[in-house]
Design a protein around this ligand. Structure first.
Ligand code: TYD
Length: 398
């Protein structure tokens, strides 16, 4: 097992077992041919990088039927509006060209006036890219990598800002992506991206952030070390509340901008909390094992008391919890979700039926596993009555 960046030996430290594609919601007739892989994580010491050992090919995950739409959460729509305002305020005074990597349904890019700024998204999943195009956003239905970036010769060293959100950790060939950025970015350009943060995952024990699409769980230390290898540097880091704790990273070419005091402080904090070293991995492993034991015994208790249990939101994250803890229809009657592409199908691996929100309203369970715990603010308001009766639970503190 080797690190995807340094090609040096990786230290594997934990397996979550046999795992299906996290977003691979399927029909009964597909059960037999379902794809599984070993979800194992490892740590690359020299660049402090937490990563998957084995993973499916990107095309197996991001295809014509990708069922994740950024715009399905009101909270995320608001977040992307604020994110775009922050970009404009801090880096966008004179920008002419902006690219988003993994632009999904165009939720972020729709905040820019494309009469004033040339915006362009790269989105490999065709069905999602089409939604973005319908909003009038120029969308390239391709993966962002060096080869595809080179096709835009006229834009060479011409892009002011390249952004991404919850996309860079999906890219196994990060080296090619960085070369693509290097090709397109201006001398004084910046690359800004947000990803689920390793420090938050460690703190909460939210191991459900680990699934096929999340090839890497980044920290400031790892991002700093990776980009340094390619003549870039981390100049700022801004913690975010999204996805249960994310980090916004700002990258520039070496020696152009001053590093913020904040990023230096955050980097030091990672050292103090073992987020940049192997000790942190071992502590996290223990946390996961304890969480699994606690969750199973709680579910058994609920079932002994004849409680009806359901899942709320068929998230990608739920695939890791359900398969790692072996939670099937013996425990959960159904999982409700708002996504029409998931309703009527079954959850990956454990084959729990995915139903509409009406089903939840008409057949409310006694207890509900909140799989979209990262959207709890929005969901607790929406499900006021259920929340009042304290019927939610999760594998972590919510
Ligand atoms: P998210 O945590 O963003 O997903 P993931 O783990 O896949 O990255 O949650 C998205 C899923 O949650 C999506 O299937 C829609 C569903 N969802 C609801 O069903 N109701 C809601 O109120 C919200 C916010 C999400």
């Amino acid at each position: 097992m080797i690190c995807k960046i340094t090609k040096k030996k990786l230290i594997p430290f934990m397996s979550f077992g046999k795992m299906p594609i996290a977003n691979g919601f399927l029909r009964k007739k597909q059960f037999k041919s379902e794809f599984f892989f070993n979800l194992e994580v490892g740590f690359s010491k020299s660049i402090s990088l937490f990563q998957l050992n084995e993973h499916p090919k990107p095309k197996q995950m991001f295809n014509n039927n990708y069922p994740f739409f950024t715009g399905s959460s009101k909270g995320m729509i608001q977040h992307f509006k604020k994110y775009s305002q922050w970009v404009k305020k801090n880096y966008g005074k004179k920008i002419k060209h902006l690219i988003e990597i993994g632009s999904n349904d165009g939720t972020f890019l729709s905040n820019f006036d494309n009469k004033k700024i040339n915006v362009m998204g790269f989105e490999p999943s065709k069905n999602v890219a089409q939604i973005s195009r319908k909003k009038g956003i120029k969308t390239i239905n391709k993966f962002f990598n060096f080869n595809n970036a080179k096709k835009f010769k006229k834009l060479k060293n011409n892009i002011d800002v390249i952004t991404a959100a919850n996309a860079i950790c999906h890219v196994p060939n990060l080296i090619s992506l960085i070369k693509g950025i290097n090709f397109l970015l201006k001398q004084r350009g910046v690359f800004i991206f947000e990803e689920p943060y390793l420090g938050s995952m460690y703190l909460k024990g939210s191991y459900d952030q680990i699934y096929d699409e999340h090839i890497f769980i980044f920290s400031l230390s790892s991002i700093n070390k990776i980009f340094n290898l390619f003549n870039f540097e981390l100049i700022d880091g801004i913690p975010q509340k999204t996805h249960g704790g994310s980090m916004r990273y700002v990258i520039a070419r070496k020696g152009i901008f001053k590093k913020s005091k904040r990023v230096n402080r955050l980097l030091l904090n990672e050292k103090l909390k073992n987020i940049d070293n192997y000790k942190g991995c071992l502590k996290f492993k223990k946390k996961c094992e304890n969480s699994k034991k606690k969750l199973i015994s709680m579910l058994k208790k609920y079932k002994k008391n004849k409680l009806k249990i359901a899942g709320y939101a068929a998230t990608s994250k739920s695939t890791t919890i359900l398969n790692y803890c072996n939670i099937n229809t013996k425990y959960l009657d159904y999982i409700c979700d708002t996504t029409k592409e998931k309703i009527g199908k079954y959850s990956p691996g454990m084959h729990i039926p995915v139903v509409s929100m009406d089903h939840f309203k008409n057949n409310p369970p006694d207890k509900s596993f909140l799989f979209a715990w990262n959207h709890k603010k929005e969901i607790f308001i929406k499900e006021r009555e259920f929340t009042k009766k304290k019927r939610w639970f999760a594998h972590i503190k919510i």
